[in-house]
Design a protein around this ligand. Structure first.
Ligand code: XMP
Ligand code: MG
Length: 188
């Protein structure tokens, strides 16, 4: 596998230590808020969030239930500017439960704001957001991100679940690629 690597943005070691730190923070918050019986339904947004989820859950020291949501973006000139539709729904009911959405990256916030609107209509007791990367500079829809591992700049990044044309999700670090064309039209 030849990675057309340009620059490593976050190394595997940096990620591991930050995920552990964030997991401890989330554990503290949920135990403080809900006591030893705390239980969260972690809603993972496929596909990009699966690597982060796998590492994060092993750093959470309270009960968790895992569920998955797959969405697709449509219309607009670029995946993030159109609408969003659910392709695979949750299997769990989240009614009166404590839900933590686990995302790979929040960019414009359009995808997440749709997801949050949809999930809150199911009346969870609480609804929070945890993202691996947050590209605050691109935000169009203001929304509250409760937990973030790292803030990231404008450059398109891959690895640790994030892809370009469905590739590079298996890299253990986050990097930019040497690409001929600007890849934004190909995301998510
Ligand atoms: P919005 O703009 O709705 O989009 O917040 C979030 C989704 O867009 C994808 N995305 C990226 N994927 N590297 C990627 O691999 C990136 O730099 C990037 N920026 C946005 C991603 O699927 C995310 O869920
Ligand atoms: Mg995503």
């Amino acid at each position: 596998m030849q990675v057309p690597l340009e620059r490593i943005v976050f190394s595997g070691e940096e990620i591991a230590s930050r995920v552990q730190e964030l997991g401890a923070e989330i554990t503290r918050d949920y135990l403080d808020e809900y006591g030893p019986e705390a239980e969260a339904v972690l809603v993972n947004v496929l596909k990009g969030g699966f690597v982060f989820l796998a590492d994060l859950v092993r750093c959470l020291e309270f009960s968790v239930v895992i569920d998955f949501l797959a969405i697709t973006s449509y219309a607009g000139d670029g995946a993030s500017t159109g609408g969003v539709r659910i392709m695979k729904d949750l299997t769990e009911s989240i009614y009166r439960r404590d839900v933590l959405v686990v995302e790979d990256i929040v960019d414009t916030g359009l995808t997440l704001s749709y997801i949050l609107r949809n999930l809150s209509s199911r009346k969870p007791r609480s609804l929070k957001v945890c993202t691996f990367l947050d590209r605050l500079s691109s935000r169009i829809v203001p929304l509250q991100v409760d937990y973030r591992c790292f803030e990231v700049g404008e450059e398109f990044v891959v690895g640790y679940g994030l892809d370009y044309g469905q590739k590079w999700r298996n890299l253990g670090y986050v990097c930019t690629l040497r690409l001929e064309e600007h890849p934004r039209s190909d995301c998510p």
